[in-house]
Design a protein around this ligand. Structure first.
Ligand code: MTE
Length: 322
């Protein structure tokens, strides 16, 4: 294993503040870059990044209806959800995305749908917002770093967007490409990942009714740090499978090579379904810490969505297909 870390401690074993402090010490010691290829090992962005511009008045959505599958758990606070983020393009500590992502322009914004489809299209985000009725869905988000949150997303089934281009019968997978702009994204100046951030799903996973095209949270448009103006939300997988600020969706017949698989294939598999019985190479996945709580919770298979999604993996060895 080539990865150097401040310490081989599971992120769940220590509080975020302590982790953050340790990272700072570690970076100061000049060992930072090697820590970069693992979630939970952070690199702080240089503070010469463009100054954040004041955020515009948040756009609120009208007529959002309650969608299916929602959890009745208490959502995390707006503050927790919007200030404790993973968005490596803006830095790999938890605080940088809220600060630097304000410089990302989310209008005009288009999404290219291409690859193995009958009708490739470039869609404007404001047309995407009108494709289907917006729903609120309160989903658990379980990060591979062994913390979790409950988030009241606003969105619509991703299948409504994917159907716009009429996928060919040969399309088996979907790739999601995130926005990449080195001028506004200080994190991409460091070789943390092979940018742009690319994630992928099997087509049936992407079309599953639980999978959301996320466009907001707490009734308003997504804050930039949460992946404005459009992100994927796949609640039964570790959070990194849910790409933010999507600009391209590509249908393929081959399993996509995602950014995390390229960075560290032994630690980040294609499926990355939440599974308390399959540990990360360096820490247990049996428990998680809900942000805002101290006691740990038991992690649930498929993040508690087994009833809906276990059938997608019938006959598959989940330890091998991690
Ligand atoms: N998408 C992009 N483009 N870049 C990222 O660094 N981080 C992922 C995922 N999507 C990430 C991303 C990870 S590791 C997690 S846990 C979730 O976003 C975090 O989403 P949140 O910050 O809205 O809670």
């Amino acid at each position: 294993m080539l990865i150097l870390r401040a310490a081989d401690i599971a992120p769940s074993e220590i509080t975020p503040r302590e982790l953050y402090q340790r990272r700072r010490e570690f970076i100061k010691a000049g060992l930072g870059l090697a820590a970069a290829t693992a979630l939970g090992g952070g690199v702080l962005v240089p503070r010469s990044a463009p100054a954040a511009t004041p955020a515009a008045e948040p756009r609120r959505f009208d007529g959002v209806r309650k969608g299916p599958f929602g959890s009745d758990e208490k959502p995390n606070s707006f503050k927790d959800i919007t200030t404790y983020n993973n968005f490596y393009e803006f830095g790999s500590d938890k605080e940088s995305p809220a600060e630097y992502a304000q410089a990302m322009k989310t209008r005009p914004w288009t999404v290219n749908l291409e690859g193995l489809v009958h009708k490739p299209k470039t869609l404007d985000i404001d047309d995407i917002l009108r494709l289907a009725p917006l729903e609120e869905r309160i989903y658990r988000l379980r990060c591979v770093e062994a913390w979790s949150m409950v988030i009241p997303w606003v969105g619509f089934p991703l299948s409504a967007l994917l159907r716009q281009v009429d996928p060919l019968g040969t399309a088996k997978y979907v790739e999601f490409h995130s926005h990449l702009d080195p001028r506004t994204m200080p994190g991409v100046r460091l070789p943390v990942l092979d940018w742009p951030y690319v994630e992928g799903l099997r087509l049936d996973e992407a079309m599953h009714p639980l999978t959301l095209a996320g466009v907001g949270l707490y009734g308003q448009a997504l804050p930039n740090q949460n992946g404005a103006p459009l992100r994927v939300v796949v609640p039964w997988k570790y959070g990194f499978k849910s790409g933010k600020s999507i600009v391209k969706i590509r249908f393929t017949d081959k399993m996509p090579q995602t950014a995390w698989m390229k960075a560290n294939p032994e630690e980040y598999g294609f499926y990355s379904n939440v599974n308390p019985n399959v540990d990360h190479r360096r820490w247990s996945q049996a428990k998680e810490r809900r942000i805002g709580e101290f006691r740990k919770r038991q992690t649930l298979l498929f993040n508690g969505y087994a009833e809906q999604v276990a059938g997608l993996y019938t006959g598959m060895d989940l330890a091998r297909n991690y």
